[in-house]
Design a protein around this ligand. Structure first.
Ligand SMILES: NC(=O)c1ccc[n+]([C@@H]2O[C@H](COP(=O)([O-])OP(=O)(O)OC[C@H]3O[C@@H](n4cnc5c(N)ncnc54)[C@H](O)[C@@H]3O)[C@@H](O)[C@H]2O)c1
Ligand SMILES: [Zn+2]
Ligand SMILES: [Zn+2]
Length: 378
């Protein structure tokens, strides 16, 4: 490629400061260093975690940054020492690494690789290092990925090579939301056939959790959301019952207890609200109920009465659905190509990178499931 080894100037949506719209700018993207690859981002969806960083977490040290972490693209060039990737390979950027060497990678039960931003900078959500500059300033790479940019540079341990047959404008969803929700049900909760589940929050993450519960053989799946517009989609992914907490005077956990003879077997929180996290735990049956925290928040403590756990409930959390990222994502791409999991049904809108703020507004207003942005022409 003619661009290999050179700085690329391209379009990116820069979040200069918290709580302000992103600005489309020309940014400079440095060539990949040792063990790094430069990726042309073809498609990127917007996930609530992008909104969280911009409008909810608002950690001042996390700006300026290029957001975006749910994407797919093509390798443009590779740095020294990279043998796994070649220009032209289709890839999905990974917001958690899989180095295959650390103690977490070697443990089959964890995906918490100790490399990358997620190891120690949860608050700022990026490493100090970046390959981006704009107007003479360093711009941070949010979640290490920064997919609201036509090009990005990542370490090869944070990139998954995928089937060349995969449509990038669909499989981008496997970069975060769909793997997260599906895996939270299948890998973390380990939903069993014949069980009863409840999923709180029906964005892409929650709908993917519904899909995971159904895939695992759950017989009854309660879909819980304060926005009743989401129920129709939840049915498409396998929900059997629908609950709007606002329709009931009692807490939703009490409603679920009545409907299920004491509570559900599994309850997944896909909102990012500590009150809902507690309510999901309390919706589980004593004795064996499992509740999984999936929603993202770092601003408040979670609370529960000890008796909830003493009585035999289990409280777990799930990052990226428990998938070891480099191994899991290509498998999920294959599952989509084999029609074992749905992706197209999550996509309610398509836009261009220049419309990224409109896509964010849609999500803020609860009017979309996923908007896929076309970032670079293919
Ligand atoms: N753990 C992870 O690895 C991981 C990965 C991706 C996203 N997330 C987090 O998952 C959450 C969901 O992401 P998304 O992209 O699907 O978001 P989204 O905004 O599309 O969906 C959230 C849904 O929750 C509903 N909701 C809000 N308040 C509620 C309440 N009190 N009770 C029930 N439902 C309520 C909303 O109406 C909406 O449908 C976010 O917190 C996001 O940051 C976590
Ligand atoms: Zn996400
Ligand atoms: Zn590792």
């Amino acid at each position: 490629m003619a661009s290999a080894g050179k700085v690329i100037t391209c379009k990116a949506a820069v979040a200069w400061e918290p709580n302000q719209p992103m600005v489309i700018e020309d940014i400079e993207v440095a060539p990949p260093q040792a063990n790094e690859v430069r990726i042309k981002i073809v498609a990127s969806a917007v996930c609530h975690t992008d909104l969280y960083h911009l409008f909810e977490g608002m950690h001042e040290d996390g700006f300026p940054a290029v957001l975006g972490h749910e994407a797919a693209g093509v390798i443009e060039s590779v740095g020294s020492g990279v043998t796994e990737f070649q220009p032209g390979d289709k890839v999905i950027p990974l917001f958690i690494a899989q180095c295959r060497e650390c103690r977490f990678c070697k443990n089959p039960n964890s995906n918490q690789c100790e490399k990358g931003w997620a190891a120690d900078r949860y608050d700022v959500m990026s490493t100090e290092d970046s390959r981006f500059t704009c107007k003479g300033k360093k711009v941070l790479q949010f979640m290490g990925t920064s997919t609201f940019s036509q090009y990005t540079v990542m370490n090869q341990m944070c990139v998954a090579k995928i089937d060349p047959a995969a449509p990038l404008d669909k499989v981008c969803l496997l970069g975060c939301g769909v793997c997260t929700g599906f895996g939270a049900a299948v890998n973390t909760a380990k939903v069993e056939p014949g069980s009863t589940c409840a999923v709180f929050g029906l964005g892409a993450v929650g709908l993917a959790a519904v899909m995971g519960c159904k895939f695992a053989g759950a017989k009854r799946i309660f879909a819980v959301d304060t926005n009743p517009d989401k129920f129709e989609k939840a049915k498409v992914f396998g929900a059997t019952d629908f609950l709007n907490p606002k329709d009931h005077a009692k807490p939703v956990s009490a409603v679920l207890a009545e409907l299920t003879g004491g509570g559900v077997d599994y309850a997944l929180e896909c909102v990012g609200n500590v009150g809902v996290m507690r309510s999901a735990l309390e919706s589980c049956v004593k004795g064996w109920g499992v509740s999984v925290l999936v929603g993202w928040t770092d601003m408040h403590d979670v609370a529960a009465r000890p008796i909830q756990l003493i009585a035999g409930r289990t409280w777990k959390g799930s990052l990226f659905g428990g998938f070891k990222s480099k191994d899991g994502v290509p498998e999920m791409v294959k599952a989509y190509l084999d029609k074992k999991v749905k992706l197209d049904e999550f996509i309610t809108h398509t836009m261009t990178l220049a419309q990224v703020n409109d896509a964010v507004d849609l999500m803020k207003k609860g009017k979309c499931i996923r908007t896929v942005l076309s970032v670079s022409p293919q």
